[in-house]
Design a protein around this ligand. Structure first.
Ligand code: HEM
Length: 168
């Protein structure tokens, strides 16, 4: 007997994404138009993406992560955590990182129109809340602790801001 899906309303999420795939050959332009409407400052982060390949890849990987997250959950929990930290390296704060899932939910709702059922709405709302809980559990890398602050000050005192040893 196959294992029960990790997310109890997985069927509704899958059904809504299947309808999205039927109705919209490539949702990439719709998803990013909505993202940049909500967060115009994020557009500049994709400066390297001259042919939308990165945006497409990012969306495809996020859909795959959603399907794993609701189903077998073999890697999605870990991937969401590591990607969130990677994105902090791009200066994308984690509070913004998780909004991408919401933007996908909203785009799906718009494309499905009257076929966006209350079951779909409940399933997406609960899944987004679960992803937020996951994200909140990932240790922060962007917070400088007071302890780290004093170590940094000592190191700078000893080695100077450029890191050159005062003794050499
Ligand atoms: C609003 C939220 C987000 C923003 C602003 C954002 C921004 C970016 C940017 C700017 C890049 C490209 C960096 C480069 O130039 O190489 C990128 C790549 C990527 N992002 Fe995001 N991201 C967001 C959310 C997510 C989420 C939720 C996931 C998946 C869980 C994700 C997965 C990825 C992946 C896999 C790549 C690499 C794509 C490739 O290899 O071409 N991102 N993201």
């Amino acid at each position: 007997m196959s294992k029960a899906p990790a997310f109890p309303r997985a069927e509704q999420i899958e059904a809504s994404l299947e309808l999205l795939a039927e109705r919209c050959e490539d949702p990439t332009p719709l998803v990013y138009a909505r993202l940049f409407e909500r967060l115009p400052e994020m557009r500049a982060y994709f400066w390297r993406d001259s042919n939308d390949a990165i945006k497409g890849e990012m969306l495809a990987r996020t859909f795959a992560a959603i399907l794993d997250f609701i189903g077998e959950r073999r890697y999605a929990g870990h991937m969401i955590g590591t990607e969130m930290v990677t994105h902090e390296g791009y200066d994308v704060p984690r509070e913004i990182f998780t909004t991408f899932f919401k933007v996908i939910a909203e785009t799906t709702e718009v494309v499905l129109g009257s076929d966006w059922s209350s079951d779909f709405a409940t399933a997406w709302r609960e899944m987004l809340a679960e992803i937020d809980r996951y994200a909140a559990a990932v240790p922060r890398t962007d917070v400088v602790s007071p302890a780290f602050d004093s170590i940094k000050a000592q190191m700078q005192e000893r080695y100077g801001a450029g890191g050159q040893s005062a003794t050499t």
